[in-house]
Design a binder for this molecule. Sequence first.
Ligand code: G1P
Length: 291
Amino acid sequence: MKVIKKAVIPAAGLGVRFLPATKAQPKEMLPIVDKPAIQYIVEEVIESGIEEILIITGRNKQAIEDHFDKSLELEVRLKETGKTPLLELVQSISRLAHVCFVRQKEPLGLGHAVHCARRFVGDEPFAVLLGDDIVVGEKPCLKQLTDMYNEVQSSVIAVMEVPEKDVSKYGILDSVVERPGLYRVRDLVEKPAPEKAPSRLAIMGRYIIEPRIFSILAEAGPGAGGEIQLTDALKVLCAEQPVYGMTFQGKRYDVGDKLGYLQATVEFALARPDLSDGFRSYLKNICKELS
Ligand code: G1P
């Protein structure tokens, strides 16, 4: 039986939706409350039982590597000043997992970024997690996918039904229901116009993919937006071998979008024991002022 041992996190995008904040810092390092968005993703991988992680970076992404590295000066300073809980927090991040990095030299699209992982992955099925999608639930979204992979032994993509007006933001499935919550993919289209979309079932940023994708990506030309699209390669893959879409449990936040980012910030802060009381009463006052 094939099992998933490796995860790839593309983080090479330019972050134009968050300018000017992303002019000199990676969008993946923007904090949700006080934790960089990419750390939530790395933690999801680890909680799903996967220990080998590759982050695909690009220019201006040094801060991501530094974040998962040891921070010697800071650690010495925290030790000297007796700030033990903070010291432990900082040390725990560099101990989280074995994180490797590879640079995508040009931002040619998600498909191209994933192709940069071929040497790391080799000839095994692997996970891909996109940093713009953060999912909160009892069981990590990726774990739900790997459990399904263990059963079907074929590529599995996390999907969610979206309103018709939003289909043009996503990769959209044409599929048949295999059983409740599981769809056999017949075709895929990246960011279709609403009138051309085959359904409202949209790809969320979690995938388990068979390694055959790399040779498909090697041949892929530009698709939607002039970029090499992972969705286009999956479209080729699903004509050759089974590819499934799977709905998942948990709440998904689109932190690549300003409104989604704000929603995540508010809800994550409300869920934090050290902040919830003060923040809740602040929000109540704001709501009174608004009504
Ligand atoms: C990417 C994928 C798209 C997917 C989406 C999920 O698009 O290309 O198929 O539905 O992530 O968030 P992006 O949001 O990077 O434009």
